[in-house]
Design a protein around this ligand. Structure first.
Ligand code: OAD
Length: 248
């Protein structure tokens, strides 16, 4: 693995613009379940009953309870060495962008500054009628909750069949198309349009690095694949980068 890390660091020392595209795997070592792994959420639960708007209208109690349960888990866990390594690397680059599919807020908690959240953020909630935002803090309702206007309050996350937040997606696409190196970390890269991000980066000349213990649809497109856990690989890359940077 050390040779691969050296190669990534050789590249990093030469570039100005970095994109880190992340998925559920980057939070796995914090204890947040992924979706498609052996014990992933979508192996046990049906997204069509929990993660789409019609399901929410049909059964708002169930969907609200499920998101409360997930938000509680996300509050109880901590960012892991992968999140911290990404936040640390940002300090060394003029242009450094995290593009995440995760809704768990862990990149921000680890100190990353420039983040595009393609699938929303579980910390935000809003009324589907008047669009007023609500911060539920440490309240974890097990039933539907309603706005003062009478509208249902939903989490500000992207459900199946919904559009991605326009500004976040546009910002992410721009960053991808203009970066010199793109890391795809902890994602199966099968959910589009989010999964276009590393593809756009590669198509526009960026060096594409994948970090994942398993093969994905993106692996064959990547210039370099490091098979390993994000929380183990990323800190090694950052340590080596900082060491070599000092030597220059
Ligand atoms: P997946 O569950 O599809 O993929 C998780 C990936 O993380 C897999 O490729 C694993 O091999 C990898 N992985 C597991 N542990 C890891 C570790 N310690 N380090 C690095 N990688 C690890 O999750 P996503 O690709 O994020 O969308 O899924 C994309 C979207 O599908 C999610 O944002 C969500 C889901 O439906 C919405 O809810 C809209």
């Amino acid at each position: 693995m050390i040779e691969l890390i050296q190669k990534v660091v050789d590249k990093l020392l030469k570039v100005k613009s970095v994109v880190v595209f992340t998925g559920a795997g980057v939070s796995a070592e914090s204890g947040v379940p992924t979706f498609r792994d052996k014990d992933g959420l979508w192996q046990k639960l049906k997204p069509e009953e929990l993660a789409n708007f019609n399901a929410f209208l049909r059964n708002p109690d169930l969907v609200t309870e499920w998101y409360s349960h997930r938000r509680k888990i996300m509050h109880e866990v901590q960012p892991n060495p992968a999140h911290y390594a990404i936040a640390e690397l940002e300090k060394y680059f003029e242009r450094f962008t995290v593009v995440t599919q995760n809704i768990d807020n862990l990149h921000r908690r680890a100190g990353s500054k420039k983040i595009f959240e393609l699938h929303g953020n579980i910390e935000r909630n809003y009324c589907i009628q008047c669009k007023k935002f609500y911060d539920l803090g440490d309240n974890y309702p097990d039933k539907a909750i309603y706005c003062e206007c009478g509208g249902l309050i939903r989490p500000d996350v992207v459900w199946f069949g919904e559009m991605l937040p326009e500004d976040e997606y546009e910002g992410a696409v721009n960053a991808a198309k203009t970066c010199d190196i793109c890391f795809s970390v902890g994602t199966s890269a099968v959910v589009f349009p989010a999964a276009y991000i590393p593809i756009y980066a590669k198509q526009n000349g960026a060096f594409l690095v994948e970090i994942n213990p398993n093969q994905t649809d993106l692996s064959k497109m990547a210039d370099l694949v490091i098979q390993g856990k994000a929380g183990e690989v990323l800190p090694k890359i950052v340590d080596e980068f900082k060491k070599r940077k000092k030597e220059i």
